[in-house]
Design a binder for this molecule. Sequence first.
Ligand code: UDP
Ligand code: MG
Length: 155
Amino acid sequence: MQTTLVIIKPSGIQREIAGEIISRFEKKGLIIAGMKMMRLTEKLLREHYAHLVERPFFPLLLKSMMATPVIVMAIKGVDAVEVVRAITGVTNARKALPGTIRGDFGMSGQENIVHASDSPENAAIEIARFFSADEVFDYTPLVLPALYSPDELNA
Ligand code: UDP
Ligand code: MG
């Protein structure tokens, strides 16, 4: 199984839809392996958004991501990175499909409610960036046999 990082951004916190967002991942059959509330610092955000630091909108993105505390989640499942990106929707929430989190709840390319890791490699780096090892839990939900066939679980 893969574990991927989701951040409920200040836009999601301000809109008071954190519960709805968590619920969508739970109902899909993904496992919450870690979850906490934290305030993001400029130092952490410069690492997390290193690919964007030179972009003109970066100062606004920094301000946006530090506007309130965020909720970070480690979310686990078979192909979790791809599944969670699909549930999240494309970056610009105005273009995101209805049924996705960004498509259903957002109107902005910046204030787009959630972050989700974009590859298994980045997911591993991002989980380690936001969680210490003892904050990500390994447990077996009783529902697993109803979620996956045995060969999917052993792959
Ligand atoms: N972002 C922005 N303006 C842009 C592109 C991105 O404000 O033109 C913000 C937006 O909040 C986005 C984040 O920067 O979610 C990270 O950008 P990325 O391209 O990695 O998109 P994501 O992976 O979040 O879909
Ligand atoms: Mg990204």
